[in-house]
Design a protein around this ligand. Structure first.
Ligand code: URA
Length: 274
């Protein structure tokens, strides 16, 4: 990105959902001087992606003893037909007004997940923040708005006709951890059973896991997100693309992280929708 032309850079930020670019005050003078210098243009387009099944870098976690849950049969029409919408409703009913872990004590609303029950792509985050807790919907705060723009703009920019409503979005834990702390492993295990069932019900073509905490649960790994991101993994036979959490992208001075997330998103969108 260091050698990118201005139009490439602007497209990069637009696709990531940034609508306003402001130089930090202390760097403004240096950047204005640098901007006046001619820069070599660079072709930033990645190599064409293969439509073949993605190669995995890490061994899949607990994949081979996987059995589809009984809900898939029970909540269907009785003849084994899969009806994801009904299965999701059944999972939500089973969750009820959950008190299975301490996180219920501080919640306003359970954030079960939303989007297209038959989505080809599912995004999985860590857990609700305060806006999500208030509204009962995933990714509706600042990080959520960035995620929405990233999905919509990257899809549009890549000529893929989907928007946020076409995917499904949920979290590992469904109640807001106090002070937005990371959920504890035990909390993820307790609540994760519902995530497992959601993914099982939808059976998307791919899952995009957002951030290290969600990746740790879903991929049963201690490998950090910086190493995991950008390489296909596996959850019960479904390809998983780990990438950075949008909250991380909202922090200043991680331009490389933003570029990497954009590349990851393009990879997953092309794999699912081409
Ligand atoms: N961060 C998450 O991980 N999930 C949300 O729903 C919102 C913010």
């Amino acid at each position: 990105m260091a050698d990118a032309s201005l139009p490439d850079l602007l497209r990069f930020y637009r696709d990531l959902g940034f609508t306003e670019l402001r130089a930090p005050r202390i760097f403004a003078a240096t950047q204005a001087a640098a901007a006046s210098k001619p820069r070599p243009a660079a072709n930033l387009r990645p190599a064409p992606l293969s439509p073949a099944a993605p190669a995995m870098r890490h061994e899949p976690a607990s994949v081979w003893n996987y059995q589809p849950s009984k809900d898939i049969i029970q909540a269907g029409t009785g003849d084994g037909e899969r009806v994801p919408e009904q299965i999701l409703l059944k999972i939500q009913q089973d969750m009820g007004e959950c008190t299975r872990c301490v996180l219920h004590q501080g919640r306003t609303k359970i954030v079960f997940g939303n989007g297209n029950p038959s989505a080809k792509l599912v995004f999985v985050g860590e857990g609700p923040g305060s806006d999500e807790d208030a509204q009962g919907l995933p990714f509706v705060g600042r990080a959520g708005q960035l995620l929405t723009q990233m999905i919509n703009n990257t899809a549009t920019g890549e000529g893929i006709s989907i928007q946020r409503d076409d995917v499904y979005i949920c979290n590992v834990v469904k109640c807001r951890p106090p002070g937005n702390r990371a959920p504890e492993p035990e909390e993820m295990k307790t609540c994760g059973q519902f995530l497992d069932r959601q993914l099982d019900a939808i059976r998307p073509r791919a899952i995009c896991v957002l951030g290290g905490t969600a990746a740790k649960y879903l991929l049963d790994t201690s490998v950090g997100i910086t190493k995991l991101r950008g390489e296909w993994q596996d959850w019960h036979g479904i390809p998983v693309m780990p990438t950075f959490h949008p909250s991380f992208l909202l922090r200043a001075y991680n331009k490389e992280g933003k570029r990497q997330t954009w590349e990851d998103l393009k990879k997953v969108l092309h794999y699912v929708y081409d």
